[in-house]
Design a protein around this ligand. Structure first.
Ligand code: SF4
Length: 396
């Protein structure tokens, strides 16, 4: 099953679609949309010694030369994922007196972790996992629902590709939860890794540095993007920090400017607390890498997990260090990672609630915050997987 999945979701597959478009009869072409993750951009920026802004613009130029119609940035869809995560946490924190499984909330954006939880721990862990969709899958909703309507096409006429730091995002995109029975199409048709983009560049004999930059595209066309933007709080998207700040304000009226991490057993297991008059009000943690995740799960199963919220990521050091990122033979892994982290942190950060277009889309597209439509398009569910029937493999 996985072999089929990987061949269906490869840069060769993207090439086939682009070639088919060249010879297709008028009106039979598919609209090709690529959504690039900021982690992949940072990895390419490091390889080609570019700034993040130049990388985004040159990558747009490269894809358009190949025949791609629109190039978006998944930092935009991450705004919705972060806002939904904030809202969900506050709701579940308020419910904790009435529901044993309301807390802790465990993040849902890492498919490596989700596969492991579903396959190995099933219903003992699933109720704790946030239902907010990952930035990749929110982008799927934006492109196949909102953008399709804007372009006056049905969702199956769009071929949507994402560029990700990670192979497990291919598994995420192929989940039945993200397939539209009505239109017989996936929200994300194909996921390619940063490494596969590099292969495409090599196959075309193109060096990213030498390309003329092209203007950036924006899913919400009333807002023109001049430069890429990102979020505070680390290379995996800053879920812990955004939810922490929002919850401190919303639940306790406390404004938090700087979030201070305290490393526990290692740098991939850190915690953050909000205290007032000697009382711990919020207790959050970040658990990255398999060993830390196993430890967290064991604590939770024994009823000894002290946290209200945990940002869980399968890769040590998080998504900037994902298995699909570029390696640099001449540079030790640690040094390369630090370089990629520096480039990632150069991008201007914005608070998701004040990003132009987000409020408008909540109104126009989702019919309001907390609406049924927002629930359907921005959230998902998880399923315990029978070990014998699973064809999934998990890379740790
Ligand atoms: Fe993928 Fe690793 Fe990020 Fe998880 S932590 S989403 S496996 S890159």
């Amino acid at each position: 099953a996985e072999t089929v999945l990987i061949t269906q979701q490869s840069h060769e597959e993207l090439r086939k679609i682009l070639d088919a478009n060249k010879t297709a009869a008028p009106g039979q072409q598919r609209l090709v949309v690529i959504s690039v993750s900021p982690q992949s951009s940072a990895s390419l920026a490091a390889r080609f010694q570019l700034t993040p802004t130049d990388t985004a613009k040159k990558l747009t130029a490269f894809f358009k030369k190949l025949g791609v119609h629109y190039v978006f940035d998944t930092a935009f869809s991450r705004n919705f994922s972060l806002l939904e995560s904030q809202r969900e946490f506050v709701r579940r924190f308020r419910e904790q007196a009435n529901s044993k499984q309301a807390l802790p909330v465990l993040t849902s954006v890492c498919p490596g972790w989700i596969c492991y939880a579903e396959k190995t721990h099933g219903n003992a862990i699933i109720p704790y996992i946030s239902t907010a969709r990952s930035p990749q899958q929110v982008m799927g909703s934006l492109v196949k629902d909102f953008f399709a309507q804007q372009q006056h096409v049905t969702p199956d006429k769009i071929y949507h590709v994402t560029v990700m730091p990670c192979y497990d995002k291919k598994l995420e995109a192929s989940r039945p939860d993200f397939f539209s029975q009505e239109h017989q199409t996936r929200d994300v048709d194909c996921v390619i890794t940063t490494g596969e983009v590099f292969k495409l560049l090599e196959e075309e004999g193109v060096s990213l540095s030498e390309l003329e930059p092209a203007p950036l595209d924006s899913v919400y066309s009333s807002v023109s993007a001049q430069e890429p933007t990102s979020h505070r709080g680390g290379g995996s998207g800053g879920y812990l920090e955004h939810v922490f700040r929002h919850a401190a304000q919303e639940l306790f009226g406390i404004h938090v400017d700087e979030v201070t991490y305290r490393p526990l057993r290692n740098k991939d297991f850190q915690e953050v607390t909000l205290e007032s008059e000697g009382r711990v009000l919020l207790h959050f943690a970040a658990a990255y890498g398999f060993r830390n995740i196993q430890n967290l799960v064991q604590k939770l199963k024994r009823g000894r997990c002290p946290y209200h919220y945990v940002e869980v990521m399968a890769c040590p050091a998080g998504c900037l260090n994902g298995g699909g990122q570029l390696k640099a033979p001449e540079m030790p892994g640690k040094e390369l990672l630090q370089h990629v982290e520096r480039l990632y942190s150069m991008v201007k950060t914005e608070a998701p609630e004040s990003v132009p277009g987000v409020r408008e889309l909540y109104g126009q597209w989702l019919h309001g915050e907390g609406s049924e439509r927002a629930g359907g398009l921005l959230h998902t569910s998880y399923h315990a997987v029978e070990k014998a029937s699973s064809g999934l493999s998990i890379r740790w």
